[in-house]
Design a protein. Structure first.
Length: 243
């Protein structure tokens, strides 16, 4: 790994040891030194998700929630199953729900029950030397670098079924990275365009899909990058929901 990766992994590991909330990982951290403040990050949320997912798969992490705090924040989005943690004031997310939550870093928002989930080292993780955490992170980073982008265009002939039916039918465009949708664009017959991504997942007009798009099923709708960019970026007006 390069020095930037080293710093990213080390600081991410420290945040785990401190039992930090998910929303804190992309923000990064800082050291208050006598010589001044040293800032680490911010980090790409997808990189954070990849490294944390690798550590979770090894059993070195638990995703934990303060039950009282979660109830105050409201209904969860990506998890529901929990078990009593070693501290009765907390509950651990089911590993399956934890893995799902880590796949969608756009939902790690402060002040939400998803973003305020804490990432803690498990008992077995605390016994693992940092060198092994670092080696596993390196494997995860390498796998992320090998992820292949895919682009799809799929016409949809059914009307919206709401007050915007006059827009007509639409064509859906998807940019998929590692099986996860990174961008979704909807181009309607009358020229109206909607665009969603990890930073703008939902609004009054709709939302971005959370379902993985399997290459074998979506291959008939595959297009090249040049086609995707040309058709998504065409038109005099930007997306209605991003103005």
């Amino acid at each position: 790994m390069n020095p930037a990766d080293d710093d990213f992994v080390e600081q991410t590991h420290l945040l785990v040891l401190e039992g930090s909330h998910l929303f804190e990982f992309p923000i990064g951290s800082r050291d208050l030194l006598a010589s001044g403040t040293v800032h680490h990050g911010p980090w790409d949320p997808t990189d954070c998700a990849g490294v944390l997912s690798g550590w979770l798969a090894r059993g070195w992490l638990t995703l934990t929630v303060d039950a009282d705090h979660a109830e105050v924040l409201g209904e969860t989005t990506w998890w529901s199953r929990t078990s009593v943690a070693s501290d009765p004031n907390f509950r651990d997310l089911d590993p399956r729900d934890a893995a799902t939550l880590l796949r969608f870093p756009a939902m790690w928002l402060p002040g939400t029950p998803d973003g305020n989930v804490m990432v803690c080292a498990s008992d077995s993780g605390e016994a693992v030397p940092y060198s092994e955490w670092s080696a596993e992170a390196e494997r995860s980073i390498g796998a992320m670098e090998r992820r292949e982008s895919r682009f799809y265009r799929r016409p949809w002939d059914e009307p919206r079924g709401d007050q915007h039916d006059a827009w007509g039918t639409c064509v859906y465009y998807f940019w998929v990275l590692g099986g996860v949708v990174e961008q979704q664009v909807q181009r309607y017959d009358d020229g109206t365009t909607l665009a969603y991504d990890r930073y703008h997942r939902e609004d009054e007009y709709g939302f971005m899909t959370t379902e993985p798009l399997e290459p074998t099923e979506w291959e008939p709708f595959s297009v090249g990058l040049a086609t995707y960019q040309r058709e998504v970026e065409s038109g005099p007006m930007g997306p209605l929901n991003r103005r």
